[in-house]
Design a binder for this molecule. Structure first.
Ligand code: FES
Length: 491
């Protein structure tokens, strides 16, 4: 019998991006019934779907392999307490199903016996004979050994290893793996959650549990009132999912206007050379004071150097909001940029305190399911990288394309990252373009896009110097792309 799954769960089981399945739903290749897809329909589309394909078997094998030891088990598996709760809930469900099956079986046997008696009493009555035959055949069919529906088995197993969380009212979903708490898991899935300290003191991550169970993962100081506890409120940063399915009610940020300005004193963790004229600046915030931001946003970095006074510069964050403690920045050599000057002069070393003020900027991912096209010029790759990582966490875009123009010799300073995405993800493709003239390079990118993408309904995200943005924007508009589908960040 076919089993019904959410698109989110089906994508996890098949090991494909959720956006790919959603695209198939929109194309009519996959039918959706009450928001669910059937395992029969999935197996028609993916006849070769095997446990191995989802990576689940591989993960189980890794867990069994002692060489990976405790570290793998901790990353993949929830705590023993959580596992026990999920196994208990599943055993209960199984016992219920078994009890019902036994009752149905007894009922069918009793009906079969009675119809046989009626057939014997009224041998000329064709209707009773037909009913008796139908019952006998149906029972034989039900008792025959059928091949096991592997997707159903995988789904049951996944329920124990990872919990599925549904957010109300948005309907967003995310999974909770290993020892992660609800807040970490939601952020890793790209959700714009409301939170502050991340350690149980501020209460900003308070949510209401509508169904399912949670379990505490760490001590918290924030005092939940008795009324809040009675209504099911909990703190996401200090709890994880105890049941395999959980529904939470919470508010999510709808855009940059919902993210408060923050001021954090972070420390330089590392400065590394990406290319002769490009450095990676890695800042780390205190564990108890992380930066809440949206992918694509900027911050003002301020620092004081002994005897040289204060300096500050605005930079786009190159990392994903899912790692709110480790902030990355790409700094290109530029004598007119104070931060770049100090960095390349070796004045900014690990341990130096840097004040982070922000975030600012509206260059964030819009809601929607269109294919995403990103275009960057030189260090404009920073906000684009953050957006791509966010889009990959959200897993809703069916296709992501990146066009990267380098106007200087080391302009493609992170091409390894692009290659890694392209090798790991079927839905990601990229093209590197080099030209010393920004306007000519932007036109070359427009040409490459025209060859590939202009017949598709996409959202375009452009980041770089103003000539790059204006040239590409004009080319896109001239090709008929709606202004509302072009998002820009001038750097
Ligand atoms: S984020 Fe502050 S209590 Fe959870």
């Amino acid at each position: 019998m076919s089993h019904q799954l959410s698109v989110w769960r089906a994508a996890q089981l098949l090991g494909v991006a959720r956006g790919v399945l959603q695209q198939q739903v929109r194309n009519g290749a996959l039918a959706l019934n009450d928001g669910l897809v059937s395992t029969d329909a999935l197996l028609q589309l993916y006849p070769d779907a095997q446990l191995e394909a989802s990576g689940l078997l591989e993960r189980v094998a890794q867990i069994r392999d002692e060489a990976f030891g405790r570290r793998v088990r901790e990353r993949m598996l929830p705590s023993q307490e959580v596992l026990a709760q999920r196994l208990f809930a599943q055993s209960q469900e199984l016992a219920d199903v078994r009890k019902h099956l036994q009752r149905y079986h007894a009922l069918v046997i009793a009906l079969q016996k009675r119809t046989r008696e009626l057939v014997a009493e009224r041998p000329g009555d064709a209707a009773w004979r037909e009913l008796e035959q139908q019952l006998t055949q149906g029972l034989a069919q039900a008792l025959a050994t059928e091949s096991v529906d592997m997707l159903e088995v995988m789904d049951d197993m996944l329920k124990i290893m990872t919990a599925q969380v549904t957010v109300r009212p948005s309907g967003h979903q995310f999974s909770v793996e290993g020892h992660a708490n609800l807040l970490q898991s939601g952020l890793h899935s790209g959700l714009r959650l409301n939170y502050g300290c991340g350690n149980g003191s501020c209460g900003m991550c308070k949510v209401r549990v509508i169904s399912g169970e949670v379990v505490k993962t760490q001590h918290f100081d924030y005092p939940l009132s008795e009324a809040e506890k009675a209504q099911g409120y909990t703190l996401m940063c200090c709890h994880t999912a105890a049941s395999s399915e959980l529904t939470l009610e919470m508010l999510e940020a709808s855009g940059p206007q919902d993210i408060p300005e923050q001021q954090i004193v972070a420390q330089v963790r590392a400065v590394s050379e990406l290319a002769p004229d490009t450095r990676l600046l890695h800042l780390q915030t205190p564990r108890t004071h992380r930066l809440r931001f949206l992918a694509g946003q900027l911050v003002l970095l301020g620092w004081t150097l002994p005897g040289r006074g204060d300096a500050h510069t605005t930079y786009p964050i190159a990392s994903c909001p899912c790692d709110d403690r480790n902030l990355l920045f790409f700094i290109a050599r530029d004598e007119s940029d104070e931060l770049a000057r100090h960095l390349f002069a070796g004045d900014i070393q690990p341990g130096v305190a840097v004040t982070v003020l922000g975030p600012t900027g509206e260059f964030v991912l819009a809601d929607g399911h269109r294919p995403l096209v990103f275009a960057a010029c030189d260090a404009g790759f920073a906000p684009i990288k953050s957006l791509i990582e966010h889009a990959l966490s959200l897993d809703v875009a069916p296709v992501l394309s990146l066009f990267w123009l380098a106007t200087r010799s080391d302009g493609h300073f992170s091409s390894n990252q692009c290659r890694a995405w392209s090798e790991a993800l079927d839905q990601f493709e990229y093209e590197l373009v080099s030209h010393a003239d920004v306007t000519v390079g932007a036109r070359q990118i427009a040409q490459a896009m025209r060859a590939d993408l202009f017949d598709i309904d996409c959202d375009f995200y452009l980041a770089g110097p103003s000539e790059f943005i204006s040239t590409l924007h004009d080319e896109l508009r001239a090709a008929g792309v709606a202004a509302a589908q072009i998002f820009t960040q001038v750097l």
